[in-house]
Write a protein that binds this ligand. Structure first.
Ligand code: NDP
Length: 342
């Protein structure tokens, strides 16, 4: 069973159950439940701040759609992403974090305490706010891509690769994600094609070497997807029309599955107009800290980091945000005490 969706308070009336919106007060509200949010929660809970974590659309964050993790320190053997997140959540709850299943859809950061509203109707009154909403996969933006999502087009090889066992698959992109997904797909398919819009990859050298050496992976250079082509009844993906970047020539490749791996978009829409962001939508923080320009609001993890984007860096930033927020609360309490004593 999942954590409570907003307020669990219910009333019985003529046999119907109504969820009653509830107001929650907390010293620290954390939005997002990936490594950044849960690390912030662990630190905040251990500091006695009784944090609330609002889990968001993808509880556990991006690692829940990952399989093998071998670069998170502390584990000699390969571990599984979903397992790591379950452990982090259990640890956060064990030390006193309250997990809430909700999505923040409204906020007022103009005065403290801050007021945030969830989709459930619940209201969160928070002395400090840690934003750790992460980032989501980007799509190419073609109509045919949208039409074929779930019918052969996916943005997560580790989630959906299993469905293409023994079939032909393609991966679109040239970064670490694309190369890792292509390599991962060879667990299921012996016919994997990486399609990239340029003639060189931006992925790390070691990953490129593995990719080029793999007998079941081909690379198509200088190609952009023109159209995802469906066929059959019910309709499923049967191929891709590709456009050569240099010549404009259109070619066709047959495939059963296409994995779009062209980067991520930070989940910051709800903060537009409330907090400063860069041109890509990443939240801006003071250099070397997690402080946003609004005192008492902190950001951590992929929502503010387009460079490193690792679980371990996100966890580190979550820790920083909790420590920054804790210091902010201590100073605010001290000021309040001094004022009261005057
Ligand atoms: P990146 O931004 O690094 O790469 C995106 C890729 O998609 C690029 O090759 C880009 O092409 C291509 N692309 C972007 N837009 C389009 C488009 N409209 N049409 C076609 N191709 C497009 O994203 P990743 O998700 O690969 O990686 C994100 C970050 O996460 C990076 O910093 C990466 O190092 C890190 N990462 C690290 C991992 C690890 O350490 N194990 C694993 C996965 C990611 P072009 O090259 O031409 O710009």
């Amino acid at each position: 069973m999942g954590p409570p969706y907003g307020g669990v308070h219910s009333s019985l009336d003529s046999g119907h159950i109504f969820l009653m919106p509830t107001t929650h007060h907390t010293r620290m509200l954390i939005i997002g439940s990936g490594p950044a949010g849960l690390s912030a929660a662990i630190y905040a809970a251990r500091a006695g701040l009784q944090p609330i974590v609002v889990q968001g659309l993808q509880p556990g964050g991006q690692l829940t759609i990952t399989t093998d993790v071998e670069n998170y320190p502390g584990f000699r053997d390969v571990i599984q992403g979903p397992w790591l997140m379950e452990e982090m959540q259990a640890q956060a709850e064990h030390v006193g974090t309250r997990m809430m299943w909700d999505i923040i859809s409204g906020l007022d950061l103009s005065k403290r305490p801050f007021t945030l509203t969830g989709d459930s109707g619940d209201v969160f009154i928070a002395d400090t706010l840690v934003i750790a909403t992460g980032a989501q996969a980007r799509w190419l933006g073609l109509d045919s891509e949208m039409a074929m999502q779930g019918k052969g087009v996916s943005a997560c090889a580790t989630c959906d690769g299993f469905f293409y066992r023994g079939k032909k698959v393609v991966v679109i992109g040239g970064g670490n994600t694309a190369v890792e997904e292509a390599l991962y797909l060879t667990n299921h398919s012996q016919d994997v094609t990486l399609i990239h819009r340029r003639d060189s990859l931006r992925a790390e050298k070691i990953l490129q070497e593995r990719l080029f050496a793999h007998p079941h992976i081909k690379v198509l250079w200088n190609k952009a997807v023109d159209r995802f082509v469906g066929g059959g009844t019910p309709e499923v993906l049967v191929g891709l029309d590709l456009k050569d970047i240099n010549t404009g020539e259109i070619s066709h490749i047959e495939t059963d599955g296409a994995f779009v791996a062209i980067g991520h978009k930070p989940a910051t829409e709800v903060f537009a107009g409330h907090l400063p962001m860069d041109s890509d939508g990443y939240l801006l923080v003071e250099k070397g800290s997690s402080k946003t320009s609004v005192p008492g609001v902190f950001a951590a993890g992929d929502v503010t980091d387009k460079i490193y984007r690792q679980a371990v860096t996100a966890a580190g930033m979550g820790c920083m945000a909790a420590l920054d927020a804790e210091k902010f609360i201590a100073e605010a309490d001290f000021e309040a005490l001094s004022t009261a004593a005057e």
